[in-house]
Design a protein around this ligand. Structure first.
Ligand SMILES: Cc1cc2nc3c(=O)[nH]c(=O)nc-3n(C[C@H](O)[C@H](O)[C@H](O)COP(=O)(O)O)c2cc1C
Length: 435
């Protein structure tokens, strides 16, 4: 039997302004708000056989850096940002096959609202919706929901575990054949096939049933991103794909092997969760052209340095303006992104170096070059790691960058039989599990 060597492709981004102040920006800064940029982009991704577009979310306007919102707003890091969930509906209406994934937090959404929204969206997308299960990080967003601070890190995951068990029960509160639509008897739904769930956990309670009909996929496809011990256990129990921020083949392989071992421990088949590695390939007509593009990405002016520091501050909720830029990063702790904070110590010897590296930390030196060179490197990485694919992310999102990937890199991957050229199945989950 010929081995299927294909791997999956996805794109990770926000519902905010694409790069708006560049020679390739077009009129992006003024036009993203109604979703038209994202629709255009999703159609390009579908043409290139991507499995999914995944929209992150966070609901804060950070004021950690220098105690003000100045830098974050100036660069549009966390805000302005629109709610990605309604966007999923119009994205799906403009495409036919690709999966659309939205982020919703178990710390903020009442479970019933989330379950009902996702079920409705699974209908609207004809079975192409996914849920990025986050517990949120940091206290600022929590304050928008009436909390003084966010729940402690590991407890958030314990609560998320109960939350997921609850929403799964809600998604099963209707049996798959509950819809009768029997013209003879006039009976629309079989009431014996719709059940309360009467869920009473430590933190959440819900009676059920959902008001929605069983959806094409039954449940959204589950995604997750946490890298801590608790985060990895949570992913291993429930996720069907994972966003992995690890960089370098060795760390990527360690992450995937670890998740697969944890899945076996929880009684799951490891092939039912795809680990997707975040990366920002840099493509040029020639190796030299790609190096020039990389150099541009690596060069920060004073303004960008502040933006990078404000981004780090928002992420960790530690004010980086109070740190000596030319000294090593001191020992710090956070209730926010623990894995991100830990990874910073490897990004440079001084705070300044860390801020510079952060600016482009998804660029892997091996994935800089001509389409052939980058395809070679991706192929080799996948052979070494064992699977399952890549998630493209860039902070300098333009149509020109999207075309570098969809019209230059992907055709080369397709010629080698490494990524899909068409979609076999109707449902997002079935395509994701195909290889
Ligand atoms: C690549 C990546 C993407 C993430 N996307 C989101 C997001 O969109 N919204 C959010 O609230 N948290 C997001 N997170 C945060 C995680 O869901 C998680 O809460 C955080 O990483 C802390 O968990 P950990 O300590 O297990 O890593 C993301 C994390 C990573 C690494």
């Amino acid at each position: 039997m010929v081995q299927d060597r294909r791997f999956h492709l996805g794109w990770f981004l926000s519902f905010n302004t694409p790069y708006w102040n560049d020679v390739y920006s077009g009129n992006n800064g003024a036009e993203w708000m109604d979703g038209s940029f994202h629709i255009d982009m999703l159609q390009s991704l579908e043409r290139a056989g991507f499995d999914l577009m995944m929209l992150e979310d966070s609901t804060k306007v950070p004021n950690t850096y220098q105690g003000s919102t100045k830098w974050d707003l100036a660069y549009g890091n966390f805000a302005p940002k629109h709610d990605p969930i309604p966007l999923l509906g119009i994205l799906a209406a403009a495409t036919k096959h690709i999966g659309v994934v939205g982020t919703m937090s178990t710390s903020f959404y009442p479970p019933y609202i989330l379950a009902r929204l996702m079920s409705t969206l699974d209908h609207l997308t004809h079975g192409r919706v996914g849920w990025n299960m986050v517990t949120s990080s940091g206290d600022l967003a929590a304050k928008n929901y009436g909390m003084d601070k966010l729940i402690e890190h590991d407890l958030r995951y314990e609560m998320a575990d109960e939350y997921v068990r609850l929403v799964r029960e809600l998604w099963h509160s209707w049996e798959p054949d509950a819809l009768l639509m029997d013209r003879e008897t006039g009976q629309y739904v079989d009431p014996d096939k719709v059940h309360t769930i009467d869920f009473e956990g430590r933190w959440f309670k819900s009676r059920g049933p959902l008001t929605t009909l069983p959806s094409p996929q039954g449940m959204p496809v589950f995604g997750q991103a946490g890298g801590s011990n608790a985060g990895r256990d949570f992913a291993a129990k429930y996720s069907e794909f994972i966003l992995c921020a690890s960089q370098g083949v060795e760390a990527m392989k360690e992450y995937r092997d670890d998740i697969r071992a944890r899945m076996k421990f929880f009684g799951r088949d490891p092939d039912t969760c795809k680990v997707l590695f975040i990366t920002e390939p840099i493509i040029g007509r020639t190796a030299e052209e790609a190096q020039v593009k990389k150099k541009v990405r690596y060069t920060l002016d004073e303004y960008q340095l502040h933006c990078s520091l404000s981004w780090l501050s928002a992420h960790t909720e530690i004010d980086f303006s109070t740190l000596d830029l030319d000294a090593p990063l001191p020992e710090l702790s956070t209730n926010a992104h623990q894995t991100s904070l830990k990874s910073l110590y490897h990004m440079g010897d001084t705070v300044r170096e860390i801020a510079e590296t952060w600016w482009h930390h998804y660029i892997n030196e091996d994935f800089v070059g001509t389409p052939e060179q980058v395809a070679d490197a991706m192929e080799a990485a996948m052979d070494e790691i064992g699977g399952d694919g890549f998630l493209i992310e860039t902070t300098v999102l333009t149509r020109s960058y999207i075309a570098d990937i969809t019209d230059a890199l992907v055709p080369e991957l397709q010629r080698r039989g490494l990524t899909r050229t068409s979609y076999t199945h109707e449902l997002f989950r079935d395509n994701l599990m195909e290889f």
